[in-house]
Design a binder for this molecule. Structure first.
Ligand SMILES: Cc1cc2cn([C@H]3C[C@H](O)[C@@H](CO)O3)c(=O)nc2[nH]1
Length: 224
């Protein structure tokens, strides 16, 4: 049932490390007509007027990380703001994982200059104070770094082939600090943790756990 475009849909952020199965999780919900799926616009990051910013970032991180994260944040903001015709909206990642996981890592590792970090942080704070982008629920696909590292190698996305395990471990810790240890109060949504180490055959049971929570909330939104 299409809802008026102006009412706020029940919004879910699907978060997790590289290779944690976010796209697979989202595809599982393709079957429901009352849910709008917004997957990560990786193809936009791979081709902005012919420039593959994702590849540039992985090839020369110090030079391109700021530019890449700046564009990623713009594409995420566009998705946060996109009108949703359904009672439920599932988004792959968010401006929160952009800031608390990826940009945070780049600042701590010295990949970006403190002045570059300051600019990205000012953009993030302005958006937080002026635009409502909160989630009603965060689904955290919790994984073990070594498991997703093997998946990344098997998936063989060309730009990611040089990603070291240490990077995956650092991103994991930042996801845990945010979603398990709840170190950032700006994003107070409840977190539903899914064991995403499970391989495809077993994980459907895990998805059903979240399906119930998400769809029940969808009914609440529609009945509101
Ligand atoms: C919000 C956000 C998503 C995101 C993805 N990535 C990278 C990780 C993967 O290699 C690829 C697709 O998620 O993009 C990144 O470097 N910075 C990001 N920030």
């Amino acid at each position: 049932c299409a809802m008026a475009m102006n009412s706020k849909p029940f919004t879910v952020f699907v978060e997790g490390n590289i290779g944690s199965g976010k796209t697979t999780f989202l595809e599982h919900f393709r079957q429901f007509e009352d849910i709008t799926l917004l997957t990560e616009p990786v193809e936009e990051w791979r081709n902005l007027k012919g420039w593959n910013l994702l590849d540039l970032m992985y090839k020369d991180t110090a030079k391109w990380a700021m530019t890449f994260q700046s564009y990623v944040s713009l594409t995420m903001l566009e998705m946060h703001q996109r009108p949703t015709p359904t009672p439920v909206k599932l988004m792959e990642r968010s401006l929160y994982s952009a800031r608390y996981c990826f940009v945070e890592h780049m600042m701590r590792s010295g990949t970006i200059h403190p002045a570059e970090f300051a600019v990205l942080d000012e953009w993030f704070k302005f958006i937080m104070n002026h635009i409502h982008i909160d989630a009603d629920l965060i689904v955290y696909l919790k994984t073990t770094p070594s498991v997703v590292y093997e998946r990344i190698k098997k998936r063989a996305r060309s730009e990611e082939q040089c990603v070291p395990l240490s990077y995956i471990e650092e991103l994991h810790k930042l996801h845990e600090d945010w979603l398990i240890n709840r170190q950032h109060a700006e994003c107070p949504a409840p977190v539903l943790v899914i064991d995403a180490d499970l391989d495809l055959s077993q994980i459907t049971e895990e998805y059903k756990k979240s399906e119930h929570q998400i769809l029940r909330k969808a009914v609440d939104v529609v009945m509101r």
